[in-house]
Design a protein around this ligand. Structure first.
Ligand code: MG
Length: 390
């Protein structure tokens, strides 16, 4: 059993939304197909993955470095037979000869590819990835449902407060209960009107979060902390630059209520620095690293174990990225919730088509691998990589 070919390409979706840094939504991702020599029903078993959204697609790094590296691995490094699969060895081999530090674009490339390997192995075992991971890392315990919140409330030209209220209402009508909106992209007085409007719709501050995308100038942070601290919101996300641990700790001291961050931490070491120096409080604050953006599933298991030593429970971990990867990871590791972006990123949004959100939760489904096959629009893009097997 071998992976004999791996293909990667970029998929882009046009949007005009922006956040506190003025950044347009980066709705581009790398989709990956890993073709094996195992034939079922006349066709090869193929693993798929994608790099999720919110970060530059690592297509170049994959094609240039990591796919050739994976294809050259011996069986001691990459055994896709479920009986011999050793994700630690595969991750080590993918990191071989890489200089330490500066993990970002490398971590995203490796994590995306590593997830394609998990998709292959789970398909060969004919189980979901959450089952394969839970058996390996958590004594087989799987969450039968996962809380799911909406990361929405972006700014866009011509969008007013009424439009924001309608957007939040739309999410509630879809079955979601907790919604996150952007802050910091407007004067504070206007942002407070947006927060008030969203709150009037969700009805409970514990069901509303805000996300500054590290885009509030340091001099404006005290007024934001002061103005928002008494709302009792679910969390305040990414108040400062992701690598400025001291500033994060200072914001937490000013704000007091739950703070969430970590989507721009790309490695075990960066998350350990956040736990050590970021002022983050286990049991209060929320850690949000993105599974395929931080070396994938096996590194997630390493990170969970490390964070436990700092007193963190997986209930306080809420992975960035709303997709089948974060959903499988949440069910496997027992994460506190999972993000969702209905409609926000086009085909790169959402979960398997038959999954329903009921009272803010998704009951976990049955599938092989990550279950991308159940998400028709995204899977059509993945299949474009392997047209000869249609
Ligand atoms: Mg965010």
């Amino acid at each position: 059993m071998r992976i004999v070919d791996v293909r990667a390409k970029t998929v882009r979706v046009e949007t005009n939304m922006f956040n506190a840094r003025g950044s347009r939504v980066n709705s581009a991702a790398t989709v990956v197909a890993a073709i094996t020599d195992v034939i079922r029903n006349g066709k090869p078993v193929i693993g798929f993955s994608f790099s999720a959204t919110g970060f530059q697609p690592p297509t170049h790094q994959l094609n240039e470095r990591f796919i050739p590296k994976l294809l050259q691995m011996g069986e001691e490094e990459l055994a896709i037979d479920p009986r011999y699969f050793d994700p630690a060895a595969t991750l080590k081999a993918l990191k071989k000869n890489e200089k330490l530090g500066g993990d970002g674009e490398r971590a995203t490339a490796i994590g995306t590819l590593e997830c394609a390997v998990w998709d292959v192995v789970a398909k060969l075992a004919q189980v979901p990835v959450y089952r394969l991971a839970a058996d390996r890392y958590r004594g087989g315990r799987v969450a039968d449902k996962v809380e799911c919140y909406v990361g929405g409330g972006w700014y866009s030209p011509d969008k007013n407060v009424k439009d924001l209220s309608d957007e939040v209402q739309k999410y509630l009508d879809m079955g979601y209960r907790t919604v996150k909106i952007k802050v910091g992209g407007a004067p504070l007085v206007d942002d407070l009107k947006r927060v008030d409007a969203a709150l009037a719709v969700v009805g409970d501050p514990a069901r509303l979060a805000v996300d500054a995308n590290s885009g509030i100038a340091p001099g404006r942070l005290p007024e934001f902390a002061q103005a928002l601290k008494n709302y009792g919101l679910r969390w305040f996300e990414e108040p400062v630059h992701p690598n400025d641990y001291q500033a994060n700790a200072e914001f937490i001291a000013m704000y007091g209520n739950p703070v969430a961050t970590g989507e721009n931490q790309f490695s075990f070491e960066e998350l350990r620095n956040l736990a050590r120096y970021g002022g983050m409080r286990p049991g209060t604050d929320i850690l949000q690293w993105d599974i395929p953006h931080a070396y994938g599933m096996h590194e997630a298991a390493n990170i969970v174990r490390m964070l436990a030593e700092f007193g963190w429970s997986t209930a306080s971990m809420v992975p960035h990225g709303g997709n089948q990867i974060s959903l499988n990871a949440s069910a496997a590791f027992g994460f506190g919730a999972c993000e969702s972006y209905p409609d926000v990123f086009g085909v790169l949004s959402g979960y398997a088509d038959d999954l329903e959100v009921v009272d803010g939760h998704i009951a976990i489904g049955q599938w092989e691998g990550f279950g991308f096959e159940g998400q028709a629009a995204l899977f059509a893009k993945m299949r474009e990589l392997v047209p000869e097997y249609d």
